[in-house]
Design a binder for this molecule. Sequence first.
Ligand code: SIN
Length: 477
Amino acid sequence: MTENLEFPREALIRGEWRALPRRFPVVFPATGEVVAEVADCGIREAEEALEVAVAAQRTWAQATAYERAQVLRRWYELILAHEEALARLMALEMGKPLKEGRAEVRYAAGFVEWYAEEAKRVYGETLPSQFPHKRLLVRYEPVGPVYGITPWNFPAAMVTRKAAPALAAGCSFVLKPAEESPLTALYLARLFLEAGGPPGVFQVLPTSDPEALSRPFLEDERIRKLTFTGSTPVGLRLYQEAAKTLKRVSLELGGGAPVLIFADADLERAVAETLRAKFRNIGQSCVAANWLFVEEPIAEAFAQLYAERVRALRVGNPLEEETDIGPLVNEAALRKVEAHVEDALARGASLVVGGKAQGLFFAPTVLLGVKPGSRIFQEETFGPVAPILTFRDEAEAISRANAFPVGLAAYVFTRDLSRAFRVAEALEYGIVGVNDGVPSTPQAPFGGVKRSGLGREGGRWGLEEYLEVKFISVGGI
Ligand code: SIN
């Protein structure tokens, strides 16, 4: 399974690979086989890495923007050169199909490239003064050492989307990757060292006990920023903890995206893009389409064509080239998907296609006639299930989409330009894809409102999250 694939399994602390006697298994979800036993960091490693990060911060912040940019540029090139290995690692540790893994590697590298360029464009400002003897300057400085917690669903891109802007800004970064997918993070860290990244600037601490490992970072005043992608309940807890030391926070939390498909939409395009929005990464994405609302006159035609395309998706081993849908990441993920489908059917929904599990594989599923009280309406499914619902008019579509407590991404399909703007502006979401099922891209802001989080990643907004503003007033001139 891992033949010809050489990858680190130890923690990266102080620029050294730290072999620890405590290990935890990383499992291939397609078969249950153990891919690797990984170093299991605890409080001692956390405390050491914290001290190293604080010290490394000073020197990294003093490196010139050009020096930091050069390291990032080399990191970007190395990530691209290792596309195949990274894609295979992701397939092995969390079940992402190979072709999607390759696309993710390019997406992940895109953040590093973007911030390598932006590192050199952190310009200060001068302000006009009302006094002739004063000069007023604004500088942007790194916020300080950062603690980052990344999820398993995008093991490469979520690391680079956080670490690249932090490193570009001059921050040191300690990463705790998800227990399910530490191997991609460690591989990226190895490439960072190969790119000339100084020891201690980027450290990676895999652990099977995230709460214990995180405590020292959350409690220490010297860690100035927490960045997290994961569930809303965990995000809320971290927010409270980080508040005690007034850290800056970025929280990219739960999604669950509504899709509004109007009768004037290009049907083929709406089906193709909604397929991507729903089934990318086996439905395990924060911006995954969770609810498909279709305007009544085209609901039947849409459902028919959609079901046809869903039937054609190939479920299989993520290491095989043709696979579209791999396994879910673990038992808990499978149980949630099954529970959502069972509950919807028990309340009177009808099954158009799919609905069955085998091992951790869940067949891509389409449901019709889901009743409002169903669980699938209250929670993010995070799996390959598409409930198709109907609406009568624009006002109803907007009000149903805005009734959800989350606000990360929403999608609109229409050929009417005025409607596209009207609806996009009315939606209470951080990201709106208009006739576009995958709007995420490194140069654009990614993040949500309401229970979907705080702050933005990507583009110049992602860099600002790691910068402090300093005002210098010079008098006596
Ligand atoms: C996520 O699921 O959090 C990331 C998805 C994306 O970047 O498109």
